[in-house]
Structures are given as C-alpha cells and as structure tokens.
Design a protein around this ligand. Sequence first.
Ligand SMILES: Nc1nc2c(ncn2[C@@H]2O[C@H](COP(=O)(O)OP(=O)(O)OP(=O)(O)O)[C@@H](O)[C@H]2O)c(=O)[nH]1
Ligand SMILES: [Mg+2]
Length: 209
Amino acid sequence: MLKISSAEFLQGVADLRQLPKNTLREILFIGRSNVGKSSLLNKLCNKKNLARTSATPGKTREINYYIINNQFYFVDLPGYGYAKVPEQMRAGWKRLIEDFLKRGEPISLAMQLIDSRQEPTPLDLMMMDWLEYYEVPYILVLTKADKMPFSKLSKQLEAYRERFQEQLTEGCCHGIVPFSIVNGDGRQELLRITDDHLKSSPMKKKEAV
Ligand SMILES: Nc1nc2c(ncn2[C@@H]2O[C@H](COP(=O)(O)OP(=O)(O)OP(=O)(O)O)[C@@H](O)[C@H]2O)c(=O)[nH]1
Ligand SMILES: [Mg+2]
C-alpha cells in the first residue's frame, strides 16, 4: 500500500518548456472542470488545501505539479469543457494536453475523472481516445459517488464496465473506481493502483557514460 508521507506543490506549467528539470514518474489527474480533480488529489494526500478547489469551474489553468514523498509527481491538469473559455484558449489547451501526453515515458498512470451521476461528455471520450492512442495506462474514476444512492451507483458502474469493455480488456483502461471525498470511498483502491503502476513502470536509468 502506498503511504503518502509528504506532498508539496512544486510548480505550474503553462508551456512544455517549463516542465520540471527533474524527470520523475507522473500520475495524472484529467477531467472536465469541476469534476473533482483537485479534491481527489487533496484526499489522496490527506491534505485539505494542497490543490485549490472551487465551486467556480475553470480555476485550474496550468498543469500543476506536486511532488509526493520526494519520489514521484501528482499532476493536476487544467479542466476542460468550461463553456466560458474562449475558442482560442481551447485550441491552446488541446495542443498543450496532446503534446503533454505524447511524452510517454514519465507517465505511469492517468486518472480520468468523470462525474458518477453523468455520462461521459464528448470531450471525456476524446480524452480517452488520446490516452488509448498514446498508450497511456489509465483508470476511470467516477467522482462524487456520495451523491448517488448505492443501488444507482452499482448500476452506473455496471453500465460503464459494459460500455468500456473493449478498453478494459484490450485497451489501456486498468479499471473503473467510484470515489468520494465525503466518505473516502475508493481512496484505498486508488492508492493501491497508483502503487502498482509506479512499481511496474520504473524509469529507465540513463546509461552511465
Ligand atoms: N459531494 C462531493 N463533492 C465533491 C467531491 N469531489 C469534489 N466535490 C466538489 O466539487 C467542486 C469542484 O471540485 P474541484 O476539485 O475544485 O474540481 P476540479 O476538477 O479540480 O475543477 P477545475 O480546477 O475547475 O478543473 C468543489 O465544490 C468540491 O467540493 C465529492 O466526492 N463529493
Ligand atoms: Mg482543480
């Protein structure tokens, strides 16, 4: 089980030239604005105000790097699908995220967040296509699970499993996990999956010259 003993904000990145110099394994948090990315990151670290959360969508504009246990990064990606964002900025976002995913090696796992009460949006599906295309291992996290009665949540989980069966069996999807910051559901499982992926995808050491 992964134990998080330290978590610190490192830097915000608006441009890939600003990526941290120290290349470490990355766990990504992806999803539309307001889906609960920053909340999930805080809950995993058990730190209330590590990542800024907000009831106003579109607050996280940059790719935010957090260093965990001085060993790997949690990376909070800017949320998408916020209606008030101008078209030009949206194009910039697409380019940034696609270039970001293309880097391949440092990315151990992406958590693709979707509100448990909703169907995936066209942008969620596009993101999942990108993750498959660039062969990034990912899991679907169904957020705000506390807002659904248990029976409905089970049905929704089943529906997601059926819908994404191909991604689960032949693609890069490694699981679908309901999650809630209110009761902590899913936290242990996400920490376990994170740990597995960090262990199974060690960074290739640079050849000594
Ligand atoms: N009930 C409930 N509310 C949640 C949960 N997760 C997040 N929220 C709320 O949803 C709102 C948005 O959460 P954030 O974590 O800021 O969302 P985000 O995805 O980081 O949003 P952006 O930074 O705008 O992309 C906040 O008001 C949170 O308190 C959850 O599991 N349960
Ligand atoms: Mg956020």
